[in-house]
Design a protein. Structure first.
Length: 622
């Protein structure tokens, strides 16, 4: 690799070395090759084109579908002293003229442009006269008609190769399944591109699934005990649920904002802006929210409803912890989710082939939700990797669930469904199992069945858990048109006859309602980034300074420095500009602009700490 790429990495971005495949990707682009880059969210795709943009002569063109993201990237690059701009539909005519002038004069290192803007005759003609360093197509999976982010304009991006045959092109995405990959190569005419596939693991994200009991209360407890004051995203399935949840959290003192497609554009933008610019804002959203937001300090992603596929789940949870610091992916999941999702698939307008695919995807999602073994392993295996047996950073690795031989209980449950005529929902079946002979049960004569009361030894929650797991495994199905009646599937027969052993996981018991001062238990440790209280105090002071600087410049705080940079400053306490330059994320421009200001806070803090220490008797011996 040329020394210049390393130099740019250090001088401009303030990083000591490349990560993973960045170095190879960058070398390939600098040498003029085309590439397809598949990398998980947060792994560092942007540098893959930003570094070549600065090493190769000319302006790099970056096609990006989302305006908020462009704006952010440009702000970040400018902070690092890079000449970057963006062209999109929100600009006034005068601004467009200015940017075009800079472009023509060769005064831009990077130009971000929305696809519809790029494809206009005016822009294409302008680019004919410009020396292009590279064309990068970000979020390249938007060409895929099967994907949920399909953008028709992306299909026309194939003209770029014809129009600028000499310019290396790079397509980037975090969606890596094989069909999407082929579609990108095909539709963008990247036939001779080299494909760089990175591992999809996100080791700093802790995956957790809890049985749904009272989801809002469960969420509130998670926020109170582990994520107080943190930024996060809460996904719900319906707009109504988004509104209600946001309001409910708001009443509990959490700065929660709703986001869904039914809100007008202004309200949506207000929520998004608050989220990006704030430090502790929670957005409650439908899946409409998230793509194109590269806020690095999202500390948790919570699902109150089951996503339809592992692809969607992984993409959504991947929005947590881009900065590499600890983050949580949490989901509450229950039987009703299974019913709702099955209803959505069966009731959709899609053709049979499509429905089959969607059913399979939902089954994979259910399998994941019910796992008793490592969640990360299952996710990565689904995406074609061969991860180790245990990750050590998911709920099942950290606190292995009990499993039990449920062969007999499964038999009882299946038999009860069968004998009551496969016409009743979960609540009724549970009543019969437990021998609760209400009016209806008596009217149907089900109190005289041999299965009546065979499950009296277990409470209703246990039976619901058993039934849910049998549904998730495809032994029972839920009648999705009617009243959610349970029916046996063809696969249920051997289990009904007790011919196969059934092992189920034992759900953790429902947590009791939260008492006011119940937040210091061992299970509720708040994961902090910095090692001890003294570091924490300095970290907080640095954050306050960053907030002030961000507000005065009208940019999000993370554009100035990431939390990871502040953590390093708090722990290593640089005392000189030279030492400050060695902090991650401190390049030449930021050193110049912010070095002294941050050093002042660090020095003042150090003096205070030392003064306090010298006042204590026996200072130093503790
Ligand atoms: P992606 O686009 O793949 O989601 P980004 O390009 O936003 O990821 O990068 C994620 C984070 O990792 C950013 O904050 C970026 O500054 C940081 N990063 C990327 N590459 C490096 C590197 N080589 N060293 C240190 N930090 C890096
Ligand atoms: Zn694990």
């Amino acid at each position: 690799m040329s020394a210049t790429a390393h130099e740019v990495l250090r001088r401009v971005f303030g990083y000591a070395g490349f990560r993973g495949q960045q170095e190879a990707i960058i070398a390939h682009a600098i040498a003029g090759g085309d590439s397809l880059v598949l990398m998980p969210t947060g792994a560092g795709k942007s540098l893959c084109y930003q570094v070549p943009a600065l090493v190769r002569p000319g302006t790099a063109l970056v096609v990006s579908p989302l305006i908020a993201l462009m704006r952010d990237q440009v702000a970040t690059l400018r902070q690092a002293g890079v000449r970057a701009a963006c062209l999109n539909s929100t600009l006034a005519y005068g601004e467009v003229r200015d940017i075009e002038g800079q472009l023509r004069a060769g005064e831009l290192d990077l130009l971000y442009v929305a696809p519809e803007r790029l494809l206009g005759d005016r822009t294409l003609a302008l680019l004919d006269d410009v020396d292009l360093a590279l064309v990068a197509v970000d979020e390249a999976h938007c060409v895929s008609q099967w994907g949920h982010d399909f953008r028709p304009e992306y299909l026309q991006l194939s003209v770029l190769g014809e129009r600028f045959p000499e310019v290396p092109r790079m397509a980037l995405t975090a969606t890596a399944d094989e069909p999407t990959r082929r579609e990108i190569l095909d539709r963008l005419r990247l036939g001779s591109a080299r494909v760089f596939v990175s591992g999809f693991d996100r080791p700093n994200i802790r995956y957790r699934v809890v049985p749904k009991q009272n989801p809002r209360e469960q969420l509130a407890r998670l926020l109170a005990t582990e994520h107080a004051g943190d930024a996060g995203i809460v996904y719900c399935l319906s707009r109504r649920r988004v509104e209600e949840t946001a309001a409910w959290l708001g009443e509990r003192g959490i700065d929660a904002r709703p986001y869904h497609a039914g809100l007008d554009a202004r309200a949506r933008e207000a929520s998004q802006d608050a989220f990006i610019r704030g430090e502790g804002v929670v957005v409650v959203a439908t899946i409409a929210f998230g793509m194109g937001i590269d806020k690095p300090d999202v500390r948790f992603v919570a699902h109150l409803d089951l996503p339809g596929s592992l692809e969607a789940y992984y993409q959504e949870t991947g929005r947590a912890g881009r900065d590499g610091l600890p983050a949580t992916a949490w989901m509450a999941y229950g039987l009703q989710d299974v019913v709702t999702r099955r209803q959505m698939v069966d009731g959709s307008e899609a053709g049979d082939a499509r429905k089959r695919i969607e059913r399979r995807k939902l089954d994979a999602m259910l399998g994941y939700s019910e796992l008793a073994t490592c969640r990360r392993r299952s996710l990565l295996a689904y995406f074609g990797e061969s991860p180790p047996e245990r990750c050590g950073n998911c709920d099942n690795c950290l606190d292995p669930p009990e499993t039990w031989d449920a062969t007999e209980e499964a038999q009882k449950a299946l038999s009860c469904v069968y004998r009551t005529g496969q016409r009743f929902g979960v609540a009724y079946v549970v009543d019969v199992l437990r021998g609760k002979g209400g009016d209806r049960v008596q009217r149907f004569g089900h109190d005289r069945l041999p299965t009546f009361g065979v499950g009296a030894g277990r409470d209703a929650a246990e039976w619901r858990s058993i039934l849910r797991q049998l549904v998730a495994r495809g032994l029972l199905q839920v009648d999705v048109d009617g009243y959610g009646a349970l029916r046996l599937t063809g696969d249920a027969r051997p289990a009904l006859r007790g011919e196969v052993a059934i092992t189920l996981r034992r759900d953790a018991p429902a947590p009791r309602a939260r008492r006011p001062r119940d937040e210091s238990g061992a299970a509720t440790e708040r994961r902090r980034f910095v090692a001890d209280a003294a570091h924490q105090a300095l970290f907080d002071a640095l954050r306050a300074l960053r907030r002030e600087l961000a507000t005065s410049q009208g940019v999000p705080p993370y554009v100035i420095f990431h939390d990871a940079s502040l953590v390093a400053m708090a722990e290593r306490r640089p005392r000189s500009l030279e030492q400050f330059a060695a902090m991650p994320g401190v390049g030449a421009a930021k050193l110049d602009r912010y070095g002294e200001t941050f050093l002042e806070v660090i020095r003042a803090h150090g003096d205070r700490v030392e003064a306090a220490a010298s006042e204590r008797p026996n200072a130093g011996s503790v």
